[in-house]
Ligand binder design. Structure first.
Ligand code: 13P
Ligand code: 13P
Ligand code: MG
Ligand code: MG
Length: 383
């Protein structure tokens, strides 16, 4: 036990789809709930199971701290049970995210995604859990920036004295497995220099600079070597703590009012708009998408999850949805061409490498061209 501290753990996995990659059926959530119910009062204080597209999300509260073996083991058992059901029903990609043969102590690097934070409950502790499908963790780079560093999104940064020293962003270099802490507003430009590159950098967590209090975290550190190959592009989850010296609920949700392009969508190989939807509308169909996200608001009461409030179901997000669909129409016209299609390096988890490898031997040297040689000469001459 860690004294008064409460841990909120959101652990997710894709254990099978109905049909294709569009949705996880009720049976999978029932299987997970059965396992979590058994652990209630013993290991966990409360839980809520949901799904976004084909990803099952376990929202759990407890007092074991982050990266706890028992909690991660519990989530793993729930996903294993659900995988058995998925296999029985011959769901698509049954057990897709359970990459390891057995549980080894922490779900990170084994397939599931995980966002966790530990804190002392404030006199009133609102939290927002974000669940998404058909995208990857860098999808939170822009919204986290808007929430915690952009006064046009969050006027509280200007009005609230508690936020005036800004926020610290923990940024991961997902290829080199390194991280850097940058403060806004002091290092806003340096932060943007990194996190505007969604391929390499992912915001993992955000802390209030004044006291180091955790404000937000997402499942960005999944990238790991499993069985000799890198896996990690995955549908992320996030937790954000609003109000009382943090951005308000509305300021946090406002970050999704203007949809932005994220990597993911069809075969995880395309840029597409992230569409905010209600929990019941998180069934990506068109071109397996468009990518989507929902936001569940809870009040914590001694670890009890009171709620949720399904925020993006609100009509206030209708025009964001309309805009996202217009963006989807526009970029879909590009078909397999960039910039709809991701860059080669971002597609490294798809099988296009094999398609290109087959063509390798058929490439022949291009003929030298006299005009080109002359042009090169002329350009050099001018310098
Ligand atoms: P209330 O006055 O309704 O508490 O709202 C304050 C606030 O922070 C709105 O975002
Ligand atoms: P998921 O990553 O959600 O399983 O989707 C994979 C896919 O191929 C979608 O077209
Ligand atoms: Mg899937
Ligand atoms: Mg998915």
């Amino acid at each position: 036990m860690n004294g008064e501290k409460i841990t909120l753990s959101v652990i997710k996995a894709d254990v099978g789809g109905l049909c294709g990659h569009t949705s996880a059926p009720e049976e999978l959530m029932d299987a997970c709930e059965f396992v979590l119910e058994e652990a209630l009062d013993e290991l966990i204080i409360d839980y809520y199971v949901t799904k976004c597209g084909d990803d099952v999300d376990l929202i759990m509260t407890h007092q074991k701290g982050t990266d706890n073996k028992e909690i991660h083991g519990l989530a793993w058992s729930a996903f294993e049970e659900a995988t058995e059901v998925a296999k029985e029903l011959k769901l698509y990609g049954a057990g897709q995210d359970l990459l390891s043969e057995g549980f080894t102590g922490n779900v990170k690097g084994m397939g599931p995604g995980c966002a966790e934070m530990e804190f002392v409950e404030r006199p009133s502790e609102p939290v927002i859990v974000f669940c998404s499908d058909k995208t990857d963790p860098a999808a939170f780079n822009l919204p986290f920036y808007r929430m915690f560093a952009d006064p046009f999104n969050t006027p509280g940064l200007v009005y609230d004295k508690k936020m005036q020293t800004g926020f610290d962003f923990d940024v991961l270099d997902i290829y080199q497995n390194k991280k850097i802490l940058l403060n806004t507003p002091k290092e806003t430009y340096q932060l943007l220099a990194l996190i505007g590159n969604l391929e390499t950098y992912s915001v993992k967590s955000v802390y209030r600079a004044r006291d180091g209090e955790i404000a937000a975290t997402c499942s960005a550190d999944k990238l790991s070597k499993v069985g000799g190959k890198y896996v990690g592009k995955d549908d992320p989850v996030a937790i954000v703590r609003p109000q009382s010296g943090m951005p308000s609920v509305g300021e946090i949700l406002e970050a999704f009012a203007k949809p932005h392009m994220v990597p993911g969508w069809m075969r995880g190989c395309h840029w597409g708009p992230l569409m905010p939807v209600g929990e019941d509308d998180a069934n990506p169909t068109r071109f397996d998408g468009p990518p989507r996200i929902f936001a569940l608001g809870f009040q914590l009461s001694k670890g009890r999850l009171v709620g949720p409030n399904d925020f993006f179901a609100d009509v206030g997000f209708d025009s964001a949805r309309k805009k996202a669909l217009e963006m989807a129409d526009m970029i879909r016209e590009m078909g397999p061409f960039q910039p709809h299609r991701l860059s080669e390096s971002m597609m490294e988890y798809s099988s296009i490498k094999k398609v290109l490898a087959d063509l390798e031997d058929r490439f022949v040297p291009n003929e030298k061209h006299e005009v080109v040689d002359k042009l090169t000469y002329d350009v050099e001459d001018q310098s």
